[in-house]
Design a protein around this ligand. Structure first.
Ligand SMILES: Cc1cc2nc3c(=O)[nH]c(=O)nc-3n(C[C@H](O)[C@H](O)[C@H](O)COP(=O)(O)OP(=O)(O)OC[C@H]3O[C@@H](n4cnc5c(N)ncnc54)[C@H](O)[C@@H]3O)c2cc1C
Length: 277
């Protein structure tokens, strides 16, 4: 339970939700877009977020899109993670999403809520970073479409009140050969010690990570090294590990040394599996 009152809104249009957010802000309130609500409720119980207005986006049709046009797969931000267990149109997203939380929680957590959340693992972003997906957002200056790699730097760079509506991914990228591996400290649900997702685009392996640093990231410098097939795989992986951004997590879940040890093993498996010709 959240121990204070808040207003609840359920807009059915994108413009209505953005306008509501703006009006509430101007009235001195603290509005929050609400998708799955798992993080808002968790942090709200701990008094770490104090929403006094909730804008539930689940009734907005564009936020629930799931389908192809001629060139792209469109995925609405309010789609729940379990949706991708049933529909495997984007296999890498299905395999990452399935491992995010337990089945019951995945019935509530949404793609957009995970990507926009404060808790820093945000694993659902990895497939979209690898596939150069387009983020469709709505804010004070209307709808915008931008490559996610131009607007994700540790977290999604949204203006205050900007709503992530959906993500569009090129058809050929959703079907590309892919793999994801998540290693936890223990058990088979929970936050990652290390998660690596990878996509093979025309023989070039792309890699993105969660759990290594206190933010998810895709590393093009690591990709360049890993794809240099003139060098032995062992040397490539050692060199790639030197390019991990600072800081590497070093906490009760796992020391920095242990995380790097696990990462080395995962990267070896991934490069071998995705084809190291
Ligand atoms: C048991 C459990 C285990 C978990 N394990 C993991 C894990 O291992 N890895 C991992 O990555 N996650 C994990 N999570 C999920 C994570 O911690 C968050 O709870 C979840 O991602 C939030 O998603 P939501 O849809 O519930 O978002 P919400 O709580 O609805 O929103 C989260 C934040 O994003 C904002 N927001 C939501 N949607 C939008 C939008 N469309 N546009 C702009 N802003 C928006 C909200 O205002 C809020 O600030 C776990 C969760 C649970 C319950």
């Amino acid at each position: 339970m959240i121990a204070h009152d808040f207003d609840y809104y359920e807009p059915v249009k994108i413009e209505e939700s953005v306008q509501l957010y703006r009006n509430l802000k101007e009235a001195g309130k603290a509005p929050y877009y609400f998708s799955g609500g798992t993080e808002i409720i968790t942090l709200g119980r701990l008094n770490l977020v104090k929403p006094d207005a909730i804008i539930d986006i689940k009734k907005i049709p564009e936020c629930n899109q799931f389908g192809f046009d001629q060139d792209h797969l469109f995925i609405g931000a309010a789609l729940r993670l379990n949706e991708f267990e049933r529909n495997r149109s984007f296999p890498l997203l299905s395999s990452v999403a399935k491992e995010i939380a337990d089945h019951t929680s995945n019935n509530t957590i949404t793609v957009g809520g995970n990507i926009c959340g404060q808790i820093y693992y945000r694993e659902a972003v990895l497939p979209f970073l690898l596939a150069d997906s387009i983020c469709i957002t709505a804010g004070n200056s209307g709808l915008k479409m931008r490559n996610i790699n131009d607007m994700f730097d540790q977290h999604l760079l949204l203006e205050d009140g900007e709503l992530l509506v959906s993500l569009a991914t090129k058809k050929e990228y959703v079907k590309a050969k892919s793999i994801s591996i998540k290693i936890r400290q223990q058990w088979n649900t929970g936050y990652p010690l290390v998660t690596v997702a990878a996509l093979n685009i025309e023989g070039f392996i792309r890699v993105a990570f969660s759990g290594v640093c206190p933010f998810p990231f895709r590393s093009e410098s690591m990709e360049q090294i890993l794809n240099d097939r003139n060098v032995s795989l062992k040397e490539r992986i050692a060199a790639a590990l030197q390019k991990i951004p600072d800081p590497v997590l070093d906490d009760i879940e796992g020391s920095k040394t242990y995380r790097l040890f696990v990462l080395k093993d995962i990267l070896t498996k991934i490069v071998k599996k995705l084809g190291d010709d």
